[in-house]
Structures are given as C-alpha cells and as structure tokens.
Design a protein around this ligand. Structure first.
Ligand SMILES: [Zn+2]
Length: 487
C-alpha cells in the first residue's frame, strides 16, 4: 500500500492563552490563540519543533491549522488545548537557567549559616563534586536534577558538572533522554584546588576535547551542546584559560564561568593576576569573552568592567538566591540595564542557590532589587514583575545567544513551553468566585459589604503566579514541541 503524501506530516496546534515577554518590561497576553508547531519526524532538526503560525482571536484551532496547510488531514493534526478554559490557565515560555551546578544538587538547602564563597567551596562543594566520579552516584544525582528543573518549567539549562569526563558524558546523555535543552560543561580547574579534586592543564584540555567529540559526534542530539567551563579565575592557570579559549573560538562554542562574586575572591584574583587591569580583564586577556560567554554573578563590577562586557557582547547570569545565602552582595541588575548592558538572565546557582526553580529566582531578583533600592535610597534599582519574568525567559535566551531560537512565542522559534494552571489539583493558591468567575456581584450579595470587589485581570493572575506559584502549577512542559517526562 502506498502511503499518501501527507501521512508523514504531523502538526501540533496549541490553543489557549499565551503570555510572554518579548521585550524588557513588556508583557504580551494573547487570548484564544492557536500556535501551530511542525512535528514531522522527517523534517530537519532546524525545522522540527518550530512554530509555524500564530493566530490570535482564533475560534477554531482545527480550521486555523487547515487554513495554514490545506494538505493536512485529521490524522496529521493534534489539537492541544490549555488544560481548562478557566482564566487561571496559560502557556508561558519555558524558563532558562543560565547558571546551575548539576553536581551540587545533593547539597541544595545545605549552606552553613556563616559560609561565604571561598570557605563554602572547601567545606561543602569540592567533596560533593569529587564524589561524583563514582558513576552510580552521579547517575542518581543527574537524573534528579534534570527531572526537578523540568518539573519547575526549566526547558533550557546551562550546567556545570565536575572535572570528571565519564560522569559528564552521563549528564549529557540524561539531558538528551529526558528531553531538556542543555549546555553541558565539564569543569576545568588546574590550580588552587584540593589535591583530591584537581587536574593538570593537559588533562583538562584532553577531557574537554573528548567531551566535545562525544556530544557532537556520538550523542548527536541537537538539544544538547558542550560548553567550555573554566571554573573561575583563581582555579585556572593562564595557560589553561588560553588553551580552552582557543578550542571555544575554533569550534564556536559557548563559554561559562564565574565573575566578581565576593570581595575576598576579587582581592585574590588581583594577587594572582597582577598584570590584569581588573577581574573581567583576566578573562578578556585570556580570550574567554565572546557573545557566547555566560558570566555568573558579576555583582561588584566597575563601569570599566561593564564596558568590557558590553564590548565583547558577553552575558551575565544573575543569581540572586545564591548571592543572598552566601552574603555575596546585590547585583545592580536594573542599573546595568539602564547603563546599556542588556544581556542579563537568571541562574539558580544550585546549590549555593537552594532552589532549582527559576520562578523562585525571579522572585528573589525582585526582592534583592528592592533591598538595593532601600539601601541606596533610589527607586530606580527596583525590578518589576514583568522585568523579572523577562530575565527568566528572553533575558536568558539573550545571554545564551539563543534569542532567535527560544525565550518567547514567535514564528520561527522553537516551541519550548510550560503550561501553568493556578488551580491545578495540587495547587496551594486560593481563588474566590468573584476574583475569577466574572461575577463580582457574588461579593456584593453580602448585605454588610458596601464595596465592589473586582475580578482579576490577566496581569493580576500573572502576579499571583509570580509570587505564589511553584512546580505544582506547572502541569505540562514541552521542549522543541515534545512533551517531557521526568523520573
Ligand atoms: Zn556557580
């Protein structure tokens, strides 16, 4: 039997309310909207999972799909409607975690009240990372961290693992298996590290090259990419930084590291690299700053350093939870934005950050900006909900130099999406009839009530989610159009 021409065609059409933040400070709300996603298994990787049409004010998503492509039939089209037509359900772009240490996941919530960066690394972090060379242990940890981030709506994450090659390969495989878009970074470090957890420059370069080959030539999953990962300047010799920057340049790879997190760290970097003008200059001189570079923290930067970051088009990962727990400082995100540095996203920085949730990091960014505003007696420092949600999605996409691909709902972008239901069965958010049913007279019926209580609009629903939501409100997650499952 010959198969008809269109049996290979598969089209998913998602229907409901779509909310995203295409620009800093702008929320876009599209009700009754149909988004068509090409899911033909025979399509090339760049087309599969791509948004083909967006139709607003649509009544019938099925007819809308046929209008887009009249050769489709019932068998080729799958309509996916938002779990419930209630106004408390919507689709939102998947979160982007621009800085997370997968290997530190077992330590989530274990910080030590008096820890600051450098002692915390020695007490908690290095022993845990070193232990992950044991693959059964690494497997448990990596499955859990990928599952938990997905459950919290993170569709893309830029991971640090450990110095161990085999465990890092395993992490790449797990991301591929569970369907998360991921950058996988084997940590490179050849100095100022414990003797039980260090590598030579040559070992570091060799295992980085092996990891790149494995991901690109063996794993071959377009969602999973290697990222060159010098831990931070104190633990990397200039030779190592230069060598791995050459690899990154040659293969056009992403780079991630830490920058200007803590005052003692900054002082130490000054002593270790006396010929560099400042901390940021260490990375510039060693060839590590490019438009594909992610700089975590970047709290205590001078304007000169911000200028270097702007000139090189590198991005900053703001990690407000970790910056608070380790008492590192308050990154002046809004001021940097106003100064023209517009590549800033959010990082959970697990495990100095105690939560895998980017929504929780977005709330922390909101709070930290307010504390900064109080401290400096300047309202300009304050981030709005819309701005924090931008950092969580489009901001992260820009930092990873992937804003043409992910971060918002646009034709030509990949369908990376989380479905939010504020009244999901497990949700702890309470709503009252007059708030969501369009029936403000319900409250009025109470004779002693002489005020009119209004119904929530979508911005208020969004605000409820921002402050009160958690993984129990994430009812579905799709990456590249494909529904993800967790373990
Ligand atoms: Zn970190």
């Amino acid at each position: 039997m010959t198969r008809s021409k269109n049996t290979e065609k598969i089209f998913f059409t998602f229907y409901g309310t779509f909310i995203d933040t295409p620009e800093f400070g702008v929320i876009r709300i599209r009700h009754n909207t149909a988004i068509g996603v090409c899911m033909n298994s025979t399509e090339s990787a760049d087309k599969y999972g791509t948004i083909k049409f967006i139709i607003e004010n649509c009544i019938d998503p099925y007819s809308a799909t046929l209008e887009f492509d009249s050769t489709l039939t019932e068998n080729n089209i799958k309509i996916i409607k938002s779990s419930d037509p209630r106004k408390t359900c919507f689709y939102f772009p998947g979160f982007i975690d621009t800085h997370i240490h997968a290997s530190q996941y077992p330590n989530c919530g274990i910080i030590g009240d008096n820890s600051t960066l450098l002692d915390w690394l020695n007490t908690y972090t290095f022993p845990t990372e070193a232990a992950l060379k044991h693959l059964p242990y690494a497997s448990q940890v990596y499955y859990k961290v990928v599952s938990n981030t997905l459950r919290n709506g993170t569709t893309t994450a830029s991971y640090f693992t450990t110095i161990d090659l085999d465990a890092t390969k395993m992490m790449a495989k797990i991301c591929s298996k569970l369907g998360q878009r991921a950058m996988i970074g084997k940590v490179c470090m050849d100095q100022n590290s414990p003797e039980y957890y260090i590598e030579t420059c040559q070992e570091s370069v060799d295992s980085l090259l092996k990891l790149i080959n494995y991901i690109n030539d063996e794993l071959c999953d377009p969602l999973v990419k290697p990222i060159v990962t010098p831990r931070f300047a104190p633990s990397c010799s200039s030779d190592l930084m230069t060598e791995i920057s050459k690899i990154a340049q040659k293969q056009s790879l992403h780079i991630q590291t830490h920058l200007s997190e803590n005052f003692n760290e900054i002082k130490w970097v000054k002593e270790l690299f006396p010929n560099c003008e400042n901390y940021t200059d260490v990375y510039r001189q060693n060839g590590l700053l490019s438009r594909k570079t992610v700089l975590a923290h970047s709290i205590h930067l001078s304007n000169k350093e911000i200028d270097i970051i702007k000139q090189t088009h590198s991005g900053i990962s703001h990690c407000p939870i970790s910056n608070t727990t380790l008492t590192s400082g308050e990154c002046p995100v809004k001021q940097m934005y106003l100064y023209g540095l517009d590549k800033i996203g959010l990082g959970t920085d697990v495990s100095a950050g105690y939560s895998c949730s980017i929504l929780e990091s977005a709330r922390a960014a909101y709070s930290v900006s307010r504390h900064l505003s109080i401290k400096q007696n300047d309202p300009i420092c304050k981030l709005t909900i819309k701005e924090c949600l931008f950092l969580a999605t489009m901001g992260g996409a820009k930092v990873l130099d992937m804003d043409q691909l992910i971060g918002s709902f646009e034709v030509g972008k990949k369908f990376d999406c989380q479905e939010i239901d504020l009244q999901s069965p497990q949700s702890t958010i309470d709503f009252f009839d007059w708030q969501v049913l369009g029936n403000s007279t319900v409250a009025k019926k109470e004779p002693q009530l002489d005020v009119q209580l209004g119904e929530f609009d979508t911005n208020e629903i969004l605000s409820k989610w921002f402050f009160n939501g958690d993984d129990r409100n994430v009812v579905n997650v799709w990456v590249n159009g494909k529904k993800t499952s967790t373990v």
